[in-house]
Design a protein around this ligand. Structure first.
Ligand code: EPU
Length: 438
């Protein structure tokens, strides 16, 4: 079960919505990608380190971002909206290092508040993170990193308490590659005394984006994007700068897979093709047409697709956040495909829903065997997390007849205007509200 996200229409209301998709339409056209959600949810807390006003642009208008903005506003940050995707944050006067428990526990990325508050105020109390549940989601590497920087870390009453007399640079070797721990320690160490070296760091594109943001504000971070990051602590970060977020790698991948699944022809623009290499290579292997330019990728159907083996890994490996989507595509390909989920313990809950639509997938532990090709048919299904929801949307686009996807609020956590973007490409998809649980 995922924690409930508040509805997206009115603060505090839980809006029950579903997608109704009339499948079988090929996607055609051009699509502009939004800013990276997972960069936004790190950079917004990182802005708390800055004493002054920062302007952030290309921020996706998704519910995870809205919750985070509400949280930092409650803490005293002043937010001024400049448009749908840009705003200023003035963190000069933060009045609380204890963000509201209820709001924080809804969001996995709330753990970045720990790094930011520790870095600037040397203490924080932040509820243990929520978000989607795909198995055990430990934070032991975050704790290890904070302790290495000289903080005392305690977990009690469902919250993480961090406190230090002084944040001191340290040499930290992570026991496993973790995006969140890498970013969190990078954020906290920005204002440490001395130099911090993070070894076995994660290398995802949004880690580089967070480092670039912090450097633009006056931090001294080198090596982000490699597995060794060096952070020389600075006394303060200054405002007065504007930073624009990178395009969303996972949103890009989701639409690339949707285009391939429907056998259409879609050009996805405003992206960084380099970030997509593990997916483009896999699509080419499956006999999907790909054309790449400086800031776009065109994806088009070339007829029968071949099955493949996919193994999720930290970047530059195949992203776990595209695993449910690629599994959906593999259902449509000829032959037996295998998906190994190597990042999360249980990220196959969506399989039961895909099988309800006619897929033939068997999961055993972290391995899924897909027997293709399947003809998918529309059915009522439930998304149980963000990326699983995206996978069901792709299945609905391909399926014969009508698919109803419940729990749209999970999809809204990370995809801006998904139905409008798909409609522009020719999909028949509607968002429908309903009053009681159907
Ligand atoms: N891990 C530990 N200890 C820790 C932290 C992580 O053992 O202290 C393990 C996890 O259990 C997992 C692996 O390390 O097996 C990787 O976890 P990571 O820390 O990299 O994940 P995360 O930072 O919690 C981010 C994204 C996820 C994405 C993962 C992996 C955000 C807000 N979330 O999570 O995105 O799946 O990296 O790439 O950036 C999503 O966007 O749908 C999403 C779930």
């Amino acid at each position: 079960m995922c924690y409930n996200q508040p509805g997206i229409k009115r603060k505090g209301d839980l809006v029950l919505e579903k997608f109704v998709i009339n499948g079988g339409k090929k996607l055609h056209g051009t699509l502009q990608i939004s800013g990276a959600k997972n960069a936004a949810v790190a950079i917004i807390p990182a802005a708390l380190l800055v004493e002054g006003v920062v302007t952030i642009e290309n921020v996706p208008d998704v519910s995870d971002v809205r919750i985070l903005i509400d949280i930092i506003s409650e803490m005293g940050a002043k937010i001024t909206r400049l448009g749908r995707n840009s705003f200023t944050i003035d963190s000069t006067e933060i009045k609380s290092c204890e963000p509201p428990y209820k709001m924080v526990s809804k969001l996995r990325a709330s753990y970045y508040l720990l790094g930011a508050l520790l870095g600037r105020f040397k203490h924080a109390v932040v509820a243990l993170p929520g978000g989607c549940d795909f198995g055990n989601r430990p934070i032991d590497q975050h704790e290890k990193g904070f302790r290495s920087l000289g903080a005392d870390v305690k977990i009690k009453k469902g919250a993480v308490y961090v406190k230090a007399n002084e944040i001191k640079g340290a040499h930290i070797y992570f026991d496993n590659v973790s995006v969140g721990s890498t970013i969190n320690i990078m954020i906290a160490a920005t204002r440490a005394k001395g130099t911090t070296v993070i070894e076995n760091a994660a290398k995802e594109p949004h880690i580089v984006d967070v480092a670039n943001f912090l450097n633009a504000m006056g931090a001294n971070i080198k090596g982000a994007g490699t597995d060794v990051i060096r952070i020389r602590g600075v006394d303060s970060l200054k405002g007065g700068h504007t930073y624009s977020l990178i395009p969303d790698q996972i949103e890009t991948g989701t639409y690339m897979i949707a285009a391939a699944a429907t056998g259409g022809d879609v050009t996805i623009t405003g992206i960084i093709p380099k970030h997509m290499e593990s997916l483009t290579a896999k699509l080419i292997e499956m006999n999907v047409g790909i054309e790449e330019g400086g800031d776009y990728i065109r994806v088009f159907g070339k007829g029968k697709m071949r099955g493949a083996t996919v193994k999720t890994q930290p970047y530059p490996g195949f992203p776990t956040d595209l695993q449910p989507q690629i599994a959906t595509l593999l259902c449509l390909a000829d032959g037996v495909s295998t998906v190994y989920e190597k990042v999360w313990d249980t990220r196959f809950q969506y399989i039961v829903e895909l099988n309800r639509m006619g897929a033939k997938i068997k999961a055993d532990g972290n391995t899924a065997i897909i027997d293709g090709p399947s003809t998918l048919s529309g059915a009522p299904v439930r998304s149980n997390d963000l990326r699983a929801g995206a996978a069901l949307v792709i299945a609905g686009l391909v399926a014969e007849g009508v698919t109803q996807i419940y729990n749209v609020r999970f999809i809204d956590r990370g995809y801006e205007d998904i139905e409008a973007k798909l409609r522009d490409l020719g999909a028949d998809i509607q968002r429908v509200s309903y009053d009681t649980e159907e």
